[in-house]
Structures are given as C-alpha cells and as structure tokens.
Design a protein around this ligand. Structure first.
Ligand SMILES: [Ca+2]
Length: 505
C-alpha cells in the first residue's frame, strides 16, 4: 500500500491542529508545582499593535510568546492607567476616592504570604505614601516610576508641556532617584532591573512574582533613532490611519481573531482628514510610536532569553497585556514644528492613530467601547497553557489576583469580585462572569453575557450592543430593548455604589 504523500500527512496534521484550536480542551491534571509568574503590562498599547494581534509593527518576541502560548480576545481592562493598576494590585473594582488604602491587601502582600519573592519594576501609578509605596506594600524589589508617565531618556527632567512641569517620582527601593546616566532609556533600564532580579531569585527556594510595567508606548513619543528609522516612511506610504485599520482588520480575519460578520466601525469622530494632514509629520509620529513598541518587544525578548538561560521557562507563567486602549490625548498639541523622538520633545500620536491602534474596535483609552477596554492578552506556560491557541472566554483584570492565589495554592478569597482564570489559561471552560462594569471620566459600561450597555459621556445616552454579532459596536439596539436598557443601567448604578461612588448626574 502506498504511503501517503508528505503533503497529505501535513494537511491531516494541520486539520487536527485546527480542530484542537477550536475545541475546548479537557481540564489539565492538578498542578504539582507552583509556577513563577511574570506579569508584563504595556502602557496605552492598542489592541492590534503587536504582530500576533494583526499589527504591522515587528514584534517577534511577543509573536513567539503567542505561538508558544494562547491569545485571548475578550479580556478586559479598566480603560485607564490608574484604574487598571488598581484592579491588578488589589483584585478589586476601582475604589473611590482612594484605590489603595492601608486596609486593602496588595497582590504583593498576598503572594509574599504564600511564599513568593515579589518585584514591581516599571510604572506603579498608585502613590508613594506610607500606605501606597510599593516597597512598603508587599514588593521585595522595587524600581521605577511611581507617577503616570515620564521622559524615557531622562525621567528626572520636568516636562514643561504636561501638568505644570512637575518632576516625576522615580524610585529605587525607597530612595527617590532624580539623576539618570547618559544613554538611559526606561524600557531598557526596566528590563535590566527585571533580568537582574530574576537572576538573583531564580535559584532560591520558592517561586517568584515579577510585575514588569513598561511605560511604552505611552507618550511622550521617545525612541532611539535607529528604531524610528525602521518604520520611517511606512505609514505615509500606506496612506494613513484608514488603510492601516483595514490592513490590520484583514490580518485579524486571517488569524481568526475576529468574526467575519462584524462590520468595521465608521471613522471615529476624533479622527481627521489624512489628505489635509501634514503626512510626513504624521508618519514620524506613528513611526516613533512603532519604534517604542518594537523596542519593548526586543526587551521582552531579553527577559524571555533569561528565563531560557536559567532553565526556568517551563516553570514560569508569562502574561502580557496592556492597561488600556490606544490613546486620543494630544499633550504638546498637533504642532507640526515639533520633532517626535528625542529627549527634548513632548508629543503624542493623537486621536486618529490612537483610534486605528485599536482596530477593529471602536473609540480609545478612557472610553468604554471595546477599543478602550479590550486588552491583547497573551499567556505562555509550556505544558500548561495550550500553544498556538486563540481563546474567546470573557475575563477581566479582577480575575488576575484570584488566578495567582489559585496557582500559588493559597486559600481563595470569596470577598474578591473576580474568579480564577487559571482554568481558561489551561484550556478548560469556566463559567462566564455574571456581570462586568466600568466607569471612567463620566463614561459608563456594563456587560452581561453578550449584551453590553455603554454610555459615552459626550452623547449622554445609553447604547446597547449584542457583542456576539457586533463586537465593533456599530448597531445600537437600545431603542428596540428599553426594558433591558433600564434593568442593566440600574444594575450598573448598584455596582458604582458598591465601589463607594455617588451616581453621576
Ligand atoms: Ca495607560
């Protein structure tokens, strides 16, 4: 009997892999070893910026992470730096007026109690007081920015174009740092600190928890000239944000990240006319942003190589996500006399690029449409997290702390709003959250099942979407379902009250 041609064997193997990729896997056997956890957070990175989520920016290390792990298409953040970090660190919905108080235990304290070595490297943004400084709140190693953003080349420099020229609060353990060496660049310095710390704890008894929070690609647009040069001209040649969005959407359909039935949204109201824009300057803005993403990926590659060299990659769960969607803010203005990139400039990508960065979704950071709150989550844990898979089960930041407690073998805390996402990470099915809610800058949203009710505080009206059919939020069903709108908006108000906040007028 003739042997099957190699091509046929390959086709059969590909079909089997495709079937595996779309079927829920059986639950994995119980864990025998507690993993190290590396939680990498990017800042203001759009849903589709990295290659494995449809982006044109070269991100070979994150693409490798996706090949060796799973990508998640319905994992949610809180639309903003502070609120997202609050939920990661406390496991709670954002609490007003203070996200972190002495009474609220942190993920660092909880994992220390479970026997983990802990580090917070990069951006914290939850304060620097006795109750809020990470070195006083459960992290053995602390290095980085305690404020919201800083100059990448010289974090000690006041930024005259932003919030009155305040000098950022940078820390090394409890020592404030104001002087930085020549050739400093935050993305690289954070990685240096992370690599050194992992090397110091990897051979100790017990696992570690590294929370590595890059400030990239949040503004100001600062990148090394050699990285900018790799992207310069590409965005002008492509023809701006509308073709960029189409190109990313096409790639996402090819990958199976989006549903072919979803319609791309109309042009965002804050996007402007490419034909009338200074196209060369716009190209430089986006090329500099791409360079920041690209260099972050290169640094993540250094950390992954360290895990390999130490022989601990198989014992380590690596998670990568963004704190919110691409950003429409424009500190520094749309001043084409500026030159994005170097230390003495202060520029952002602006609302048109910031919207395209969230393709195929609607709106930006601070808004609660899917473009503001959907994070490109990647998880890798060889032998535990299925490789090459795309997962669509809904999850939220509040699930992370229960996940870490679960993996650490610690007692679950039923007072926390989230539930362990570990079964989903490991390829099994878990019961979907009953309800997810958001509030930021007057914007409001609640998701129950596939129904999502969302309020844009400029329009001041509830919109209702069926996300299973319309994840891009193009067809408002509120007028057809007034009872559902009333019931969901009442439950949203109850949720807000539970977070200590008065209902907005
Ligand atoms: Ca952010």
């Amino acid at each position: 009997m003739p042997r099957p041609a190699p091509q046929i064997a390959l086709l059969v193997a590909a079909a089997l892999l495709a079937a595996l990729a779309t079927q829920p896997l059986a639950a994995q056997p119980p864990l025998t070893q507690r993993p190290n956890v590396v939680l990498i957070l990017a800042d203001d990175l759009g849903f589709s910026d990295v290659g494995c989520f449809g982006g044109e920016i070269e991100t070979p290390n994150l693409d490798r992470l996706a090949r060796e792990g799973t990508r998640f298409t319905q994992f949610y953040d809180n639309a903003k730096c502070t609120t997202t970090r609050a939920s990661i660190v406390t496991g709670l919905w954002p609490q007003w007026p203070h996200h972190l108080t002495a009474e609220i235990p942190t993920v660092g304290e909880r994992l220390q109690a479970a026997g983990y070595a802990t580090a917070l490297i990069g951006k914290w943004h939850l304060g620097h007081g006795d109750d809020t400084h990470p070195a006083k709140r459960g992290f053995d190693r602390v290095y980085g920015l305690l404020d919201g953003c800083c100059n990448f080349f010289d974090p000690g420099r006041p930024d005259p174009k932003f919030k009155g020229g305040r000098v950022r609060w940078f820390t090394d353990q409890l020592e404030r740092v104001t002087e930085f060496p020549d050739d400093y660049y935050t993305t690289e310095a954070f990685t240096d600190a992370a690599v050194a710390w992992v090397g110091s704890v990897a051979r100790e008894e017990g696992p570690f928890f590294l929370h590595l929070c890059y400030t990239a690609p949040h503004y100001p647009l600062h990148a090394r000239p050699a990285d900018i040069a790799k992207f310069r001209g590409r965005y002008r040649e492509l023809g701006g944000w509308l073709p960029l969005r189409e190109e990313r959407y096409a790639k996402q359909r090819e990958f199976g990240l989006v549903d072919d039935a979803w319609a791309l949204t109309d042009t965002d109201r804050n996007a402007y006319d490419w034909e009338a824009a200074d196209q060369d300057w716009e190209d430089l803005r986006m090329a500099t942003y791409a360079a920041m993403v690209h260099s972050m990926d290169r640094e993540i590659g250094r950390l992954l190589a360290t895990l390999d060299e130490l022989g601990i990659a198989d014992d380590t769960l690596v998670l990568f996500l963004s704190d919110n969607g691409g950003c429409a803010e424009e500190p520094g203005g749309r001043d084409t006399a500026r030159t994005p990139g170097p230390v003495d400039d202060y520029t952002a990508v602006g609302p048109a690029w910031g919207w395209a960065q969230n393709a195929p979704f609607k709106r930006h950071k601070s808004w609660l449409h899917e473009g503001g709150i959907t994070t490109p989550l990647i998880a890798r844990w060889p032998g535990q997290v299925p490789a090459g898979r795309i997962e669509r089960q809904v999850g939220h930041l509040v699930d992370l702390l229960p996940t870490f407690l679960d993996l650490a073998g610690a007692e679950p805390d039923p007072s926390l709003p989230g539930r362990s996402y570990a079964p989903v990470l490991r390829g099994a099915t878990r019961e979907a959250p009953e309800r997810l809610c958001w509030f930021w800058a007057g914007n409001r949203a609640i998701r129950e099942g596939d129904w999502k009710l969302v309020w844009d505080n400029r329009d001041k009206v509830w919109e209702l979407y069926d996300l299973a059919k319309d994840r891009c939020e193009t067809t408002d069903l509120a007028a057809a379902h007034p009872d559902r709108v009333a019931a969901m908006s009442a439950r949203w108000a109850d949720w807000l009250a539970s977070c200590g906040r008065e209902p907005p007028r």
